[in-house]
Every structure is written in structure tokens, then in C-alpha cells.
Design a protein around this ligand. Structure first.
Ligand SMILES: [Zn+2]
Length: 438
């Protein structure tokens, strides 16, 4: 075979000696080693001159053209004659096909990129390239690890919980008892910058948060100025751990507050349905049909849509508790907007007072709880609103996590799930950085 075939095949370290067709169209590519480094003993690093025999391996390689390609590598086995080296024999290895590898480096890269960058499922890519699931998955891990870097320091750290799956019951292997497993993860997000998801840890306990933060370098921990958390969560205790984040101010962001207010509206709506109808709500119930409008900001509803929702609630709920909850939510949003816009302190105090009074007068337990939470956390809420930092990142992150989970058809392994989610969350940023460097 001439050099042109080897050049066309293009796998450094191998020379093509023959190509022929099988009846089914498969092309057999016979190659031999063309790399002096291949006969260097992996143990002592001395090149061997004592050939012991030959061996044939069939590493999987990239498809080329329409028909399947089968690479047959006729390689040598060498003896190590070096005194002091206890490696008796070894077979040849090249950079593209290290010892025991069954897939070429370039095919591994292609597989890793297909899973990582094209967001295809591991099973689909494995089948497409004719390799096993573990091989394809390992290729993705290597691809992702090479691209993912340690988080750079962040100014505003968001800590948020995400549910990994449905709660289920599992038998504890030690005690044999059934225990409820509530699979929650805690995510760490760069709210002030563009790094997206920085990391994830299993569980949503203070201990889990402390452990993740302690694993970060001191410069990272010292650089955090604000930590934004959900006021109902358990993260405050972790963040307040002495010396963990020496320069951080604990804040509560607007996203979490509006979410608490929306949750209160939903709880009240469900309770009213139960009291009126003694069952769960459904399509026939106006309060259920309007459930999304109730959670939509007033300014995002058309006047017609708002009037329809409002009138339906007045007719359906004689106690007016659903609308009272809706108004409480809108009052809170107005208050947050006023602070965020740098509104004058007098106006802020006035709106805060009006919100508290509305919740207290309603005598609806869910609204009283909401008001109590806002009261308790007001210094942290105010501190964050005044910085003008928005937490659009968290919302985006939660959406992204859900999208990636869907494309992966459910992860059984949490480590895999975390790698994949983090990889996707940082991908956009990497793409942007790449554009600038080219
Ligand atoms: Zn040796």
C-alpha cells in the first residue's frame, strides 16, 4: 500500500498495509505499527529490541464513507530485557490506542462530543457508533472533565434546591426498615456573573452545603460577597457557619419571595375548593381553570383576561379568600419593585405596612405565615434588592436542569446526573468564550 492510503486513513502511529471488502460491504483495513515509541516498555521506559510475537486487535474507529470499517491492527509483543524491570512482556500501544483501549482516541472524542455538545442520549450515541454504553459514557466523562474547569470566584452565590425525582420508599440495607427517600439536591449558582451552575451536592441539609463550600479554595470562599437563599430553606444556618464565607452577607432574593407568595395563593385556592366541594379541583372549577392567571403578574394579564379571572373568583368563592391571597401576592410584588427601583424610604415603609396589614386582617393562616416570613427576613430582603442584582440566573438554571433531565431519560446515577447538568449549564458560557478567542 502506498503512503496515500495511510495519509487518507490518518491515524498517527499506524500504517495501512491493505484494504479489502467483505461481501456485506464492510471494509477491512489492515494496519501495522509505525511508531518507534510503541515498543518502549511502559514500566521502565526503555525501548525493546526483542520481539516475542504478534497479536491482532480490532479497535473501533470512526466510520468512513457509507460502509462499515473494521480496523485490524497487527501489532507486536515485546520482551523487556532491562535488568531491574519486572515487566516481562508488553504489547504495543500508541497515543490514539493506549494499552487495553478498544476504541481509538478520535472515536472517543467524537462520541464524547456527540453526547456532551449535541445533548444526545448515551444509549443512542453508543448504538450509533457500535460501542457499549459504558464506553460511550466514559468518553463523555473525559470530554466533560477536559472542558469543565473549577469555578472562578463569584460575587453573588445563589444556593437553591432542586428535586432529583419523586419521593419513594426504600428498604434500609442495615436495619431492614422502610424509609422515605426525598431526593433533593442543592445547586450552587453564580448569580452575579455568567458561570451558571457551579456545582451540585446531594441532599438539602446544612451539612451538605457546608461540605461543598469547605471543599472550595479559600480564595473562592473569601470572594463571595452575597449569598442568596430561599427564606424557608435550611441554608441560612450553613451560610452562617463561622469562618466559612468570611465576607458574605446573607440575602433573600425576589424570586424566592414571589415564589412563596405564589405558593400561598395556591394553598388557599386548594383549601377553598376542598371546603366548597369536598374534593380536589378540576377542569370544571373556575378557580382551577384560572390557577395560572392567579399566579401571573397583574401587568402581564390583559384587562379582559384579568376581569374574567376576577369575576369568576367573586362568583365562585363567597369568602373571597382566593382573591385576598391574590391581592397579598400583588402587594408584595409592588413592594419589592418599589425597593428595587430605589424608591423613597417613606413609600417603602408605607407599602410594607400595607402588605402586613392586609395579611393580618385577612385572618388567612397562609397569608399570616407569608407576612411573618417577610417580616423576619426583611433586612436580608432589603439588603439584596438595594444591590440591584437580579437572580435571573437561578430561574434559568432550574429550567435548564429540567430540560437536561428530560433529554437524558432519567438518571439512575446521581454523579452522572450532576456532571451532565453542570456541563450543560456551563456550555453556553464556554461557547461565548470560544468565540472571543478565535
Ligand atoms: Zn521494562
Amino acid at each position: 500500500m502506498d503512503d496515500a492510503t495511510t495519509t487518507l486513513f490518518g491515524l498517527p502511529g499506524l500504517r495501512v498495509i491493505d484494504v479489502h471488502h467483505l461481501d456485506d460491504g464492510t471494509r477491512i483495513v489492515d494496519v501495522v505499527t509505525d511508531d518507534d515509541g510503541a515498543r518502549v516498555c511502559p514500566h521502565c521506559g526503555v525501548a525493546s529490541t526483542s520481539r516475542k510475537g504478534t497479536a491482532i486487535t480490532r479497535p473501533k474507529d470512526l466510520p468512513y464513507g457509507d460502509d462499515r470499517i473494521m480496523v485490524r491492527w497487527n501489532k507486536s509483543r515485546w520482551r523487556c530485557r532491562e535488568t531491574g524491570c519486572d515487566r516481562a512482556t508488553f504489547t504495543e500501544a500508541i497515543e490514539q490506542i493506549p494499552a487495553r483501549a478498544r476504541v481509538t482516541g478520535r472515536l472517543r472524542s467524537r462520541i464524547g462530543a456527540a453526547i456532551g455538545d449535541a445533548a444526545r442520549s448515551v444509549a443512542e450515541v453508543a448504538a450509533g457508533f457500535g460501542v457499549s454504553w459504558p464506553t460511550a459514557h466514559q468518553a463523555f466523562i473525559d470530554h466533560a472533565d477536559a472542558l469543565m474547569t473549577e469555578p472562578a470566584p463569584v460575587r453573588v452565590l445563589g444556593i437553591d434546591e432542586t428535586r432529583r425525582g419523586k419521593p419513594r420508599w426504600q428498604r434500609c440495607p442495615a436495619t431492614g426498615k422502610w424509609v422515605r427517600v426525598d431526593p433533593w439536591d442543592t445547586g450552587f449558582v453564580d448569580l452575579g456573573g455568567s458561570q451558571g451552575l457551579l456545582g451540585q451536592t446531594e441532599g438539602r441539609t446544612a451539612a451538605a452545603v457546608v461540605a461543598w463550600l469547605e471543599a472550595q479554595p479559600p480564595a473562592f470562599r473569601a470572594g463571595v460577597e452575597y449569598v442568596a437563599i430561599d427564606p424557608a430553606g435550611v441554608y441560612a444556618k450553613a451560610v452562617r457557619t463561622q469562618g466559612l464565607l468570611p465576607n458574605a452577607t446573607l440575602v433573600v432574593d425576589r424570586f424566592h419571595l414571589v415564589k412563596l407568595a405564589n405558593d400561598a395563593v395556591t394553598q388557599v385556592r386548594r383549601k377553598v375548593t376542598w371546603e366548597l366541594k369536598d374534593r380536589r379541583g378540576g377542569k370544571a372549577d373556575p378557580e382551577w381553570a384560572n390557577r395560572k392567571r392567579l399566579l401571573t403578574a397583574r401587568e402581564r394579564l390583559s384587562d379582559k383576561s384579568f376581569a374574567r379571572m376576577w369575576n369568576a373568583m367573586i362568583d365562585e368563592d363567597p369568602s373571597h379568600r382566593i382573591l385576598m391571597a391574590y391581592i397579598a401576592k400583588e402587594e408584595l410584588r409592588r413592594l419589592l419593585e418599589t425597593v428595587e427601583a430605589g424608591g423613597d424610604p417613606h413609600l417603602v415603609r408605607h407599602r410594607l405596612h400595607r402588605f402586613f396589614l392586609w395579611c393580618a386582617d385577612s385572618q388567612i393562616p397562609e397569608l399570616v405565615t407569608l407576612a411573618t416570613t417577610v417580616d423576619t427576613w426583611w433586612p436580608q430582603i432589603n439588603a439584596f434588592l438595594e444591590t440591584g442584582i437580579t437572580n435571573a440566573g437561578t430561574e434559568g438554571y432550574n429550567r435548564l436542569v429540567k430540560a437536561v433531565k428530560r433529554s437524558a431519560c432519567g438518571f439512575r446515577n446521581t454523579e452522572n446526573s450532576r456532571r451532565r447538568i453542570r456541563f450543560h449549564c456551563t456550555r453556553r458560557q464556554r461557547a461565548a468564550a470560544h468565540q472571543f478567542s478565535c
